[in-house]
Design a protein around this ligand. Structure first.
Ligand code: PLP
Length: 385
């Protein structure tokens, strides 16, 4: 019988369920409830119709046009869509999100979803000789990569209010000398660190060790650390098209970092898969970046629904954390997360619960459209009373 020793270190990530047995309202995987903008659909249709040969030949391995479009979008939005100032199709950063320099395409690396990008970042910057530091509760794919690449990890418990224990993370990072990663805002809690708090961390962290901030959710109301790239050469910011850019199905993610670090990750990519982003996804991603006004509007609507459902949960006696993301993390005394999930599923809606010790009481609820959230309210009233 064939066995594989490598399997011992593999503990695959389990994504939010995508059931096929019936049509559910999906509020379990932090996807965007809105489709990509019309310009994306038009660009993709036109591309496949007029350039069929572009699907017969290899795409641009380095997605150069996409990188230029991503850089441009970040310069126009400050990297926080929900606060961007929109006037018709014109978009500019809010005062607090202004980036004090211009992001250039050589500061961008992109890949097949930020999951793949993260995996290459782990491979490039962490190694088996030193522990890297991460919060105990954060994106649950990080420990999966650690197992895959055989990198030891040092997990730091959250504080009592579920926020990051930044002092403890720093002191462990100093002991280990192996780098830091966390999501900001964090998942599944929804709590963000202010840019100044991250700056303080970076100032006392070892400048020769990598410092990775995963900004998957920052467009819904957090503070981006992109402005800190001018001050800190060890900072890598990871972002995705899956949440705020309505494109989880396209599989597009990227990093923003100094060009030297971008080159390192590009070398990893070219040692695994030259062409992680197909020709169609490159076109779709570029068109999305050219229309940030649309996604800013979507992010604002989602944030509004999130805050209004926060109030609803409070009224219903839930413990619920104020969120800067597109989801809420909540629990109610005497109600198990899994039981609530099952009861809501029976009403035709999917939310997420966790079997991880310490957060089994919680559910994570993605903010959807007004109509979806109204259906969810009805289901909660029926189930909770
Ligand atoms: C959703 C998510 C990702 C992965 O996004 P993809 O680009 O779809 O692979 C990465 N990090 C965090 C924290 C996420 O929530």
């Amino acid at each position: 019988m064939i066995t594989s020793n490598r399997m011992n270190n593999l503990h695959p990530y389990v994504p939010g369920e995508q059931p096929k047995d019936r049509v559910y309202i999906k509020l379990n995987a932090n996807e965007n409830p809105y489709p990509p903008c019309k310009q994306v659909i038009k660009a993709v249709s036109k591309f496949v119709k007029t350039n069929p040969m572009k699907m017969a030949v290899y795409p641009d391995p380095d997605s150069n046009e996409l990188h230029a479009a991503i850089a441009d979008m970040l310069n126009k939005t400050g990297g926080v869509l929900c606060r961007a100032k929109v006037d018709g199709k014109h978009c500019e950063p809010s005062e607090e999100d202004k980036i004090p320099f211009t992001i250039t395409p050589d500061m961008i690396y992109s890949g097949n979803g930020s999951d793949e990008v993260l995996s290459f970042v782990f491979y490039a910057f962490f190694d088996s000789s030193k522990k890297f530091v991460m919060p105990q509760f954060t994106y649950s794919f990080y420990p999966v990569y650690a197992g895959f690449y055989n990198i030891p990890m040092d997990t730091v418990p959250l504080k009592d209010d579920w926020s990051l224990d930044t002092d403890e993370m720093l002191s462990r990072a100093k002991n280990n000398a192996g780098g830091i990663i966390f999501a900001n805002p964090n998942a599944p809690t929804g709590i963000g660190l202010k840019r100044d708090e991250v700056r303080k961390m970076l100032k006392s962290a070892n400048p020769d060790e990598i410092f990775i901030v995963d900004e998957a959710y920052v467009d819904f109301g957090g503070e981006s650390c992109i402005p800190l790239l001018a001050e800190f050469k060890n900072l890598v910011i990871v972002r995705t098209f899956s949440k705020s850019l309505c494109s989880a199905g396209m599989r597009l993610g990227y990093i923003v970092a100094n060009p030297e670090l971008v080159n390192i990750v590009t070398t990893v990519k070219n040692s695994v898969n030259h062409f992680p982003i197909d020709a169609v996804a490159q076109v779709a991603g570029k068109a999305a970046c050219e229309n940030p006004w649309y996604y800013a509007d979507c992010a604002k609507k989602v944030a509004e629904e999130r805050d209004s459902f926060y109030n609803f949960l409070k009224e219903k006696g839930f413990y619920v954390i104020k969120s800067e993301t597109n989801f809420l993390f909540a629990k109610k005394d005497g109600v198990k997360g899994e039981d609530l999930y099952k009861a809501i599923k029976a009403e035709g809606l999917l939310i997420r619960h966790f079997n991880t010790p310490g957060i089994e009481d919680f559910v994570r609820i993605t903010a959807g459209t007004k109509e979806q959230m109204s259906a969810l309210r009805t289901a909660f009233e029926k189930v909770i009373g």
